[in-house]
Design a protein around this ligand. Structure first.
Ligand code: LLP
Length: 462
């Protein structure tokens, strides 16, 4: 079959429109003998019947394996260069108490970006010493709580925060370990909103001002300087940007060593994942090899010891684990420019459960989940049910052309920044998050009900 002219140039007609490319789907996603999608041995139909749709289905073993895998790769590679690595899971990608326990049991620390994320990690029973707190505008209350419970690191993002954290530490009679976030000026090749180290943005401190800031930190007896921090952006596929950021930070790191200890260097997160079959992210193993080489090489060049490196991946641990199941409601064949037809398949969720396509133009892929089909592939657009034409779940993919109302469809790789950025737009209730493992399914975050939606409206009379 030839490609539909409305399809983007990167999208090929698949050989098998039922196929589940391993790079995109969670590790335990498969087709049963009958052709149904199963995840960790649980069928899509059973999931939809029991939990309704939309539903986020998390492949628990996948998350645990990725968390353990990243730990093992970085341990191995940094041991090779005579140092060690600390891995923080960036909870902003998706945090619940269960997930917090999965990743800490796998040996990871957790990076939290607000008082709310801190509360979830603490509610999970995570040792505060394994938490790092981020944010360009932490409130005094957030700083106070973080210091009070004894978080292992606070990433200082502005001059004004040095005093705020120092005061809180003094009040609590603690010495608070801190990092200093640097804006390295590196332009990561990703969406503008996801790039966090260009000059003209709100995060971090310019390289040129960093030494002064570190001197201020060192002057406070209630603060302990851990080292510099850089996060260049998110969904990054190449290691060049990290290498450049590390190179820029290294010169400063070496200079700072002259004034006292600088035990660590934090290079942030941002490792990309595959959302469609044409995405080819680096493997975590390869990233670990390159990071160790970059850091060891930089240290050798400057004649300084290889620092302990901290990283903060979120998406690469949780993103590939989750599939969102939707039910198809309506279908329209829309003739575009009198030339070609695009099949609009509308589902029972949309930008409220996954805002990434509308916010960033992010591409996803889709498969029919309740059955396999031999019908010719047809170009589809999966649309949501919100009152906006930009409410798109999957901009372009091919599905068997007999896709029909009542079918279930699965959208893979929705684990990062899906539930985390969900909303109640149009008063849609947030879907539940269901973990599947070894043939069993259980709710780890319950879905919202109509009662939840009304519960904060003070004018409800009955
Ligand atoms: N560390 C810091 C300081 C960060 O700001 C972030 C992400 C991470 C680590 C984790 O990055 P990851 O490994 O997950 O890429 N909502 C956007 C992504 C925003 C990322 C914000 N910061 C999206 O949906 O693509």
């Amino acid at each position: 079959m030839s490609a539909n002219p409305l399809a983007p140039s990167w999208l090929a007609v698949p050989d098998d429109a039922n196929g589940l490319p391993a790079a995109v789907w969670s590790r335990n996603a498969a087709r049963s003998e009958s052709g149904e999608l199963t995840i960790a041995g649980v069928g899509a139909t059973a999931l939809a019947e029991r939990f309704g749709t939309p539903v986020y289905v998390v492949d628990e073993a996948d998350v645990k394996a990725r968390a353990a895998g990243i730990r093992a790769s970085f341990d191995r590679e940094f041991a090779r260069v005579g140092s060690a690595a600390k891995v923080y899971y960036a909870g902003k990608a998706f945090l619940s108490t269960e997930v917090a326990r999965w990743v800490t049991d796998a040996g990871l620390n957790i990076d939290v970006a607000s008082g709310g994320e801190l509360a979830v990690a603490l509610a999970a029973g995570v040792d505060a010493a394994r938490l790092g707190l981020h944010g360009n505008n932490k409130s005094l209350a957030e700083i106070d709580r973080a210091v009070g419970v004894g978080v292992g690191a606070i990433v200082i993002d502005s001059r004004i925060e040095i005093e705020r954290v120092a005061d809180a530490a003094q009040r609590h009679g603690r010495v608070q370990p801190v990092r200093l976030r640097i804006n390295s000026g590196v332009h990561a090749s990703t969406h503008e909103y996801l790039a966090t180290a260009r000059e003209d943005q709100k995060f971090g401190i310019p390289l040129a001002d960093a030494a002064d800031h570190v001197a201020l930190i060192r002057a406070h007896p209630s603060l302990q300087f851990l080292g510099l921090h850089s996060h260049i952006g998110s969904q990054i596929f190449e290691s060049d940007g990290f290498a450049e950021a590390a190179r820029r930070l290294f010169a400063l790191h070496a200079e700072l060593l002259e004034g006292g200890p600088v035990p660590e260097l934090n290079l942030g997160g941002g490792f990309g994942i595959a959302y469609t079959s044409v995405d080819e992210p680096l493997s975590i193993d390869e990233i670990a090899v390159r990071f160790a080489d970059i850091v060891a090489g930089g240290a050798a060049e400057l004649g300084i010891p290889v620092p302990v490196v901290a990283i903060e991946p979120g998406r690469s641990i949780i993103g590939p684990s989750t599939t969102t199941l939707y039910t198809v409601g309506t279908i329209k064949d829309v003739l575009v420019d009198g030339a070609a037809t695009r099949k609009y398949v509308s589902v029972d969720g949309g930008m409220s459960d996954n805002v990434r396509p509308s916010l960033y133009g992010a591409d996803y892929s889709v498969r029919i989940a309740n059955r396999a089909s031999d019908a010719e592939p047809a170009l589809v657009r999966i649309a949501g049910k919100h009152c906006e034409s930009g409410d798109i779940v999957v901009r372009a993919d091919y599905l068997p052309s007999d896709v029909r109302p009542g079918d279930l469809v699965g959208v893979p790789a929705t684990g990062a920044y899906g539930w985390a950025m969900s909303s109640n737009y149009n008063y849609l209730a947030r879907p539940p998050v269901v973990a599947v493992l070894d043939g069993e399914a259980r709710v780890i975050v319950r879905g919202e009900t109509e009662e939840d939606l009304l519960s904060r409206d003070m004018g409800v009379t009955r």
